[in-house]
Write a protein that binds this ligand. Structure first.
Ligand SMILES: NC(=O)c1ccc[n+]([C@@H]2O[C@H](COP(=O)([O-])OP(=O)(O)OC[C@H]3O[C@@H](n4cnc5c(N)ncnc54)[C@H](OP(=O)(O)O)[C@@H]3O)[C@@H](O)[C@H]2O)c1
Length: 255
């Protein structure tokens, strides 16, 4: 099968391209720097020629409310239109566990719009909702600043390694469309504030993390289980401690 990975140069996309190839399929990374732009439509007709599956793991360069909504609406509309014209038989997209419970957030309103367009299209689809990536924990601190401190609600979450996200998406991409959602998550549950505090400590980042029940997550008020996947979620194997060890070893070998 020819499988086009939109956002195939990003964190998840670059890992996903390798996983799809390990399954024995042709994987084509597509992104602006490979000549494919889903916002303008540039290069889409060419890259989708002969493709049976499209996997969308792109992300908006800006998370400002209007910009992110425009990104996911326009790019998804273009992908589905060009995909239908090219005879694509499976559209796979990466979304986030709890997306439908987070509509107070501009970012998640954009993901809700993306999911809706996919469900309403004529192309068979699978939407993979993943929990937060370990790689995103520092970014979560960055978007949760109040003054010079990180404010986060002490609710449950079950984050996972980007490598396990890519494995989960690859398994869905090489299988038949589910015409619905599949959830994936990490092997352990934590409190959001607790794990961000541990991640910042591992980076020797001195910012203080405050457990604040009124703090919002990406602009949305959340409850104890808003970010937690359901019982049928497929769970990755990488624990937080193993991921920390692996990423420290990776940084040391790169240096
Ligand atoms: N962060 C989390 O914890 C989390 C959890 C669950 C799900 N997700 C979802 O995971 C997905 C991927 O996230 P990520 O962190 O892997 O993203 P990322 O590393 O920021 O990569 C984004 C990719 O999208 C590409 N892209 C940007 N604009 C494009 C355009 N106009 N046309 C085509 N490609 C474009 C980028 O290409 P360039 O580099 O060339 O710009 C890059 O390859 C997102 O949809 C996000 O909602 C995230």
């Amino acid at each position: 099968m020819k499988i086009v990975v939109i956002g195939g140069t990003g964190l998840i996309g670059s890992k996903l391209v390798n996983k799809v190839r390990e399954h024995g399929h042709e994987a084509i990374p597509a992104a602006p720097n490979t000549g494919v732009n889903t916002l303008t439509g540039e290069g889409l007709a060419e890259v989708l020629k002969g493709a049976s599956t499209v996997v969308d793991v792109s992300n908006s360069p800006s998370w400002e409310d209007a910009a992110v909504l425009n990104f996911f609406e326009t790019s998804t509309h273009n992908l589905l239109t060009y995909g239908a014209a090219a005879g694509v038989r499976h559209h796979v997209a990466l979304s986030v566990v709890g997306t439908d419970r987070l509509s107070e957030s501009g970012y998640f309103r954009a993901k809700i719009a993306q999911e809706k367009l996919i469900k309403e299209s004529s192309i068979p689809y699978s939407i993979v909702r993943a929990t937060q990536f370990f790689e995103f924990l520092k970014g979560l601190a960055d978007i949760s600043m109040v003054g010079d401190k990180v404010h986060l609600p002490p609710v449950l979450f079950q984050p996972m390694a980007a490598d396990d996200v890519a494995s989960g998406v690859a398994s869905v991409a090489v299988a038949q469309p589910v015409n619905g959602m599949a959830e994936i998550g990490g092997p352990e549950q934590f409190r959001v504030d607790e794990l961000v505090r541990r991640r910042l400590a591992s980076l020797k980042d001195p910012r203080e993390v405050i457990a604040d029940s009124n703090a919002r997550y990406s602009g949305a008020k959340i409850a104890e289980k808003t970010l937690v996947p359901g019982n049928n979620a497929r769970l990755g194997h990488t624990t937080f401690e193993n991921w920390l060890t692996q990423s420290a070893a990776h940084i040391a070998s790169a240096a």
